[in-house]
Design a protein around this ligand. Structure first.
Ligand SMILES: [Zn+2]
Ligand SMILES: [Zn+2]
Length: 246
């Protein structure tokens, strides 16, 4: 397997990335050994997928054998293989928002596993909006699949022993969400390490995004691990004190 060093510019940040050219995805063990704070049955892997290098997270509850995938941006076959190797059953496909780079793998995974597609109610239309200008930038042919369940702020998604709380954090898109577990926050394109999501796409609002982060995220525990939709991980405390947008 050849490792290629590469830099990607996204959200005005330049991120160094290592690309394994064998699959075109990076699989690492970030946090999969992080089994404290009530997450003792949680197995997790991050994969970097698709043309915009989305962080795709696979979560498995090792007690129940149930799995969830957050933002399948591509490499669907490899994702499914990993889940099958763990002998888990995929229960949920969760999209932190409806941008094409985060939903490209929905159709394949849904067809293969019949997992439920979950997205916030205000972004659900994007799953079927094949005329969207954004989607036309992606080379892959996207097959629209509707959501199975619409999420709302404050609800809990149960995956065996794992519980994911939905935090509605609009601004990058109207229906953007973050997902909170006992020791981590999956922050989608709302909050990045040293950055925030773009607000120049349809439905975006800079003021709304800043307000979402200040009211819903910066009020969380400072040592909470932040796992964004692109780029490296961080913590709430690090972003609160060092993120240049605040
Ligand atoms: Zn986005
Ligand atoms: Zn994105």
């Amino acid at each position: 397997m050849r490792v290629v060093a590469k830099k990607i510019k996204y959200n005005d940040q330049v991120y160094p990335l290592r690309i394994f050219s064998f699959y075109g995805i990076l699989i690492d063990n970030i946090g999969s050994f992080y089994l404290d704070k009530g997450e003792k049955f949680m197995w997790m892997k991050r994969l970097i997928t698709g043309p915009l290098q989305v962080n795709t997270y696979i979560l498995i509850c090792e007690k129940s054998g149930l799995g969830a995938i957050i933002d399948p941006g591509g490499s669907e076959r490899e994702i499914l293989q990993l889940i099958q190797q763990k002998q888990a059953k995929l229960k949920y496909i969760i999209n932190t928002h409806g941008h094409p780079d985060h939903i490209l793998g929905n159709n394949y995974l849904k067809t293969q596993t019949n997992a439920q597609i979950l997205i916030h109610r205000e972004d659900a239309f994007m799953l079927e909006d094949t005329a969207s200008e954004l989607l036309s930038y992606f080379q892959e042919s996207y097959v629209p699949v509707p959501a199975d369940k619409l999420l709302q702020d404050g609800e809990d998604i149960h995956l065996g022993e794992i519980s994911l709380k939905v935090l509605h954090t609009p601004g990058h898109t109207p229906g953007g969400i973050c997902l909170l577990t006992a020791s981590r926050l999956f922050s989608g394109d709302t909050l990045f390490a040293g950055g925030i999501g773009r607000t120049d796409f349809p439905g975006g609002s800079y003021q709304t995004l800043i307000a979402s982060i200040e009211s819903k995220l910066f009020t969380l525990e400072p040592d909470l691990q932040v796992l964004p939709g692109h780029g490296p991980s961080s913590t709430i405390g690090t972003e609160k004190s060092g993120n240049p947008f605040f």
